[in-house]
Design a binder for this molecule. Structure first.
Ligand code: CP
Length: 292
């Protein structure tokens, strides 16, 4: 596979194979498999988890990563996004991991002669996040078919929601959304939050993505927390087997209360651990040419 840009371009079988490969990575099967391959991590938008998780995955595979610092680059002399990426291609490196604020930024660069892995494009796609969410769910339940998930919060600005709903429905999951009216989006099944808490197998919370808003949020933080915040009273109404997920970063006291972050039902840090494994798998099927 040359690039991994959006899960919409992968079949269900290919997605399951990448998850299988991630489980092989967990057993150490591919440690140092891509020894000395050079890869660049170019994040034009802030990131902690995705950026350093890719970096960890690359080191586990024995790769040599380059870290791009936009603030100290020639972007500040007016160099364009395209010319920056074309420069990295010209170094003769194996591939590049990119996050950018623009939806589908990759359309203008996908012809370039190296592997491109999308680490998030605007409000469009976040394939590595979705794969780590899927791995977390598969490890928890051993299946996708028939599971019910509610994704709660700022749906309209969320690449996590958009990517997950598309792929989860293809995998046979029943997807619902909840959250303030100002962040709802046509075409999704809306569910009342308190009903979702009682009925879902998975509650996935989202941060309000202020950095993508053109207008100030109408809902106060207090009202948000009262109506859509997950607190222990609500957690206690969840099904015994149900779990809580969040792509993070999270806002304590807004969409999730302090004591919920690391409660028994929370898989938030398990998701982060699984992130290294799926990113290793993504690098293997692209740069490594492993068949999926
Ligand atoms: N979940 C996620 O994408 O986190 P970062 O923005 O920190 O990478």
């Amino acid at each position: 596979m040359k690039d991994l840009l959006t899960l919409k371009e992968l079949s269900v079988d290919e997605i399951q194979s990448i998850l299988d490969l991630a489980l092989d990575c967990e057993k150490g099967k591919y440690d140092n498999f891509l020894k000395d391959e050079i890869i660049a991590n170019c994040f034009f938008e802030p990131s902690t988890r995705t950026q350093y998780s890719f970096n960890t995955a690359e080191l586990r595979l024995g790769m040599k990563p380059l870290s791009f610092n936009p603030a100290g680059s020639s972007l500040n002399k007016g160099e364009s996004f395209y010319d920056t990426i074309k420069t990295f291609e010209s170094f003769g490196i194996s591939g590049i991991v990119i996050r950018d604020v623009h939806d589908r930024y990759y359309e203008d660069i996908r012809h370039l002669d190296f592997h491109i892995l999308n680490a998030g494009d605007g409000a469009g796609d976040h394939p590595s996040q979705s794969l780590l969410d899927l791995l977390t769910i598969r490890k928890e339940y051993g299946k996708f078919e028939g599971l019910k998930i509610a994704i709660v919060g700022d749906i309209s600005h969320s690449r996590v929601a958009h990517t997950n709903i598309e792929v989860m429905e293809r995998l046979g999951m029943e997807c619902f959304v909840s959250g303030p009216e100002e962040y709802r989006e046509e075409g999704y099944n809306f569910i009342d939050f308190d009903k979702a808490v009682e009925e879902m197998d998975i509650i996935m919370l989202l941060r309000v993505q202020h950095e993508r808003h053109k207008e100030k949020m109408k809902t106060s933080l207090e009202d948000y927390n009262r109506d859509y915040g997950l607190n222990m009273d609500r957690v206690n109404k969840m099904k015994d087997h149900a779990i809580i997920m969040h792509p993070a970063p999270f806002n304590r006291g807004v969409e999730i209360n302090d004591d919920v972050v690391e409660c028994d039902k929370s898989r938030i840090f398990t998701q982060i651990t699984n992130g290294v494994l799926v990113r290793m798998a993504m690098l293997l099927v692209t740069v490594g040419g492993v068949k999926c």
